[in-house]
Design a protein around this ligand. Structure first.
Ligand code: GCU
Length: 357
């Protein structure tokens, strides 16, 4: 059933180069991966900005008795020096006093910790550290490119077809948080996961695809231009996302969203770029705008690349999973829970089960 469904979607081959040559082995795939990441940037998200010329970390405050004395909550300001100026944004570090098993970089909608999408104490109790930042502190979630990082990158506005959209900028900021974590000797550098919900789930996937220092990316209800396959998608389609959120993407995206041009890739390419690292995709049963089926199919399709590595990718049955269920046996984890579009505690519990076991 899934095979037939995938056939109908008519996805571009992951294991065929743009020039028609076949990917035969891992060395070939590494080149193909570069080709896909290049296209994902030039046609959709925009070019990831260069790493800063200089970066500084300054601790503004530290509460050592956070969560009944089980953790530190530190506010650290990250200053990034670029060609045309510098930008500073805060990261909130929830660090358990016991050594953390898994560390999350959470790209969040708000600053405060805890937050409705960040159950800090529960994460501490499950041996996790969380470095969270608010995307608005990097640059605003609107088409204004005259603030924060956007203003420094594009002092004269965006002029090129592949100039970064806001998703690429928020992803870049998550990588700067990763730069900071690299300086902390008590964090296990092999177990760092970037995570986000919805638009920030799209951002988490792009971050993980572009930066191999992340052991994994987790996307919660990321939908259109996130985990979901575009071809044959239901709910939100490219014109919908473009009409409201064109600034998330590069200027070139307009041709695909409004002018009937077809991408040479589909979103399973973004997922496959994480291989052989882990990946975790989550859907909510009633989130028809995101389209759980297309999120799931994307995981199935991306598994082909994991197989090239002798791995499994998503371990699944030949049918759509029915909520609530978690498929956690492979390098691609997937869960679908009951309910609406939201980053719920239920989602976190699934992520904890996937990453900590
Ligand atoms: C809108 C948008 C989605 C996005 C979501 C969110 O619904 O259409 O693509 O994922 O906002 O970020 O909450």
């Amino acid at each position: 059933m899934l095979k037939a469904e995938l056939k109908i979607r008519n996805l571009p081959e992951l294991l065929t180069f743009a020039n028609g040559e076949k990917v035969e082995n891992i060395a070939d795939w590494k080149k193909r991966r570069e080709e896909l990441l290049r296209d994902l940037q030039s046609e959709l998200y925009g070019k990831l900005p260069e790493a800063p010329k200089d970066i500084r970390f300054e601790t503004e405050s530290c509460e050592e008795t956070f969560c009944a004395g089980k953790a530190d909550l530190k506010k650290v300001n990250i200053t990034c020096v670029l060609e045309n100026g510098s930008h500073t944004f805060p990261v909130y570090c929830t660090i358990p006093h016991k050594k953390a098993k898994t560390t999350f970089v959470l790209i969040n909608f708000r600053d405060p910790v805890p937050d409705r999408y960040l159950p800090a104490e529960e994460l501490v109790d499950n041996d996790c550290a969380v470095f969270s930042f608010c995307y608005n502190d990097v640059t605003s979630d609107d088409d204004n490119f005259s603030n924060g990082l956007a203003e420094i990158l594009f002092p004269n506005g965006r002029t090129k077809s592949d100039d970064a959209g806001k998703i690429a900028m928020w992803a870049w900021a998550a990588m700067r948080v990763m730069d900071y974590i690299q300086t902390l000797d008590f964090i296990d550098k092999e177990r760092i996961v970037v995570i986000g919900h919805s638009r920030l789930g799209k951002t988490a996937l792009f971050t993980g695809a572009m930066d191999k220092r992340f052991m994994s990316a987790a996307s919660n209800d990321s939908g259109c231009c996130g985990a979901a396959i575009i071809r044959g998608k239901t709910g939100e389609m490219l014109p919908d996302i473009y009409n409201q959120f064109s600034y998330w993407f590069c200027p070139k995206f307009k041709e695909y969203a409004l002018e009937n041009k077809q991408f040479s890739f589909d979103q399973h390419a973004l997922l496959a770029a994480l291989a052989p690292r882990k990946l975790c995709v989550a859907s909510a049963e009633e989130d028809s705008w995101a389209d759980p089926k297309s999120e799931y199919l994307s995981c199935v399709a991306a598994s082909e690349v994991y197989k090239l590595y002798g791995l499994k990718g998503l371990v699944h049955e030949n049918e759509y999973p029915k909520a609530p269920i978690a498929l956690h046996k492979g390098e691609i984890g997937y869960h679908i829970r009951k309910g609406l579009h939201y980053f719920s505690r239920t989602d976190w519990l699934y992520y904890l089960e996937y990453y900590n076991s």
